[in-house]
Design a protein. Structure first.
Length: 285
């Protein structure tokens, strides 16, 4: 069980917004590696073995591909790694590419965690009170791709069950036509249901079953303060990393790095402490 997802949607949304923004702000290997490792740990907590499979099939190859691409096409630097066909390849390009690759993979993993922790119901509960149209639009966008893939799988299984599964372009076009027809029919049914319920007609009361608890009141201000401190430190040049004329870190700040690690590790630490507490309680039975 994931304990962190039990917090109020405002806490969960603030965490993911903060960690993703800070990952993109601090473009340096230390922050990229920390974000990559901690995002994978939380994704592994949520997805189990599937997360490990995705790590080796997608995230690590993506990082390696970005690093290789940047090494091959960036011609700036002073530290030559090797020379091939009279062309020099620099360490700065490799390090910068690896940093971008880890950062990109980390952001994708954080978004994968977000989709599991913050479903459309929580997003609508968080923003539906003052921006119902925006909340509805974002919820429908987030649901569109998963629903489309699910429907495509159902169509394929139905064809296999009927014995109509034939490989080739004709079968693919037939399946795509059925998918479009089902999607359009579903959108019409959704629009009719919303119209019948009076959506968009006057002011309506919004139901929200989520309530702030004591832990939420403590954690949300701490999250916002830590994010503000790290963002301010970045604005003042803390932990700047230069990749052009040599690899250099300016204004190295260990507290800033530790603060980011504490922020990014919050879900994993929360779940770990909950597991320890549960095991201690089981031993007392």
């Amino acid at each position: 069980m994931d304990r962190f997802s039990k917090f109020h949607p405002a806490v969960c949304f603030s965490f993911f917004a903060a960690v993703i923004v800070l990952t993109l702000l601090y473009i340096n290997p230390a922050f990229a590696a920390a974000s990559f490792v901690l995002s994978f740990l939380y994704l592994f907590r949520l997805g189990g073995r599937e997360a490990v499979s995705q790590l080796f099939k997608f995230y690590l190859p993506l990082s390696a591909a970005v690093a290789l691409f940047n090494t091959l096409f960036v011609r700036h630097g002073t530290q030559v790694l090797f020379t091939l066909f009279g062309r020099e390849f620099y360490a700065e390009g490799l390090v910068y590419g690896a940093c971008l690759g880890l950062m990109l993979a980390a952001v994708i993993m954080w978004f994968s965690c977000y989709m599991q922790v913050m479903p459309s119901e929580k997003f609508a509960a968080l923003f539906g009170g003052f921006a119902p149209n925006l909340a509805l639009l974002v919820s429908m966008v987030f649901r569109f791709i998963p629903n489309l893939l699910k429907t495509a799988g159902e169509i394929k299984e139905a064809q296999i069950g009927l014995g109509n599964e034939v490989k080739g372009l004709k079968n693919t076009l037939s399946r795509f036509s059925a998918l479009v027809s089902i999607s359009l029919e579903s959108s019409i049914e959704t629009a009719d249901a919303m119209h019948a319920k009076g959506f968009g007609r006057g002011r309506h009361r919004f139901y929200n079953r989520y309530r702030f608890r004591r832990a939420d009141y403590v954690l949300l201000p701490l999250l916002l303060l830590l994010f503000a401190a790290l963002a301010a430190a970045k604005a003042f040049g803390a932990f700047d990393f230069f990749f052009t004329d040599g690899l250099e870190i300016k204004n190295f700040s260990l507290p800033v790095l530790l603060g980011f690690i504490c922020l990014a590790a919050l879900p994993s630490v929360t779940d770990f402490t909950e597991d320890v507490k549960w095991k201690l309680l089981k031993q007392k039975i």
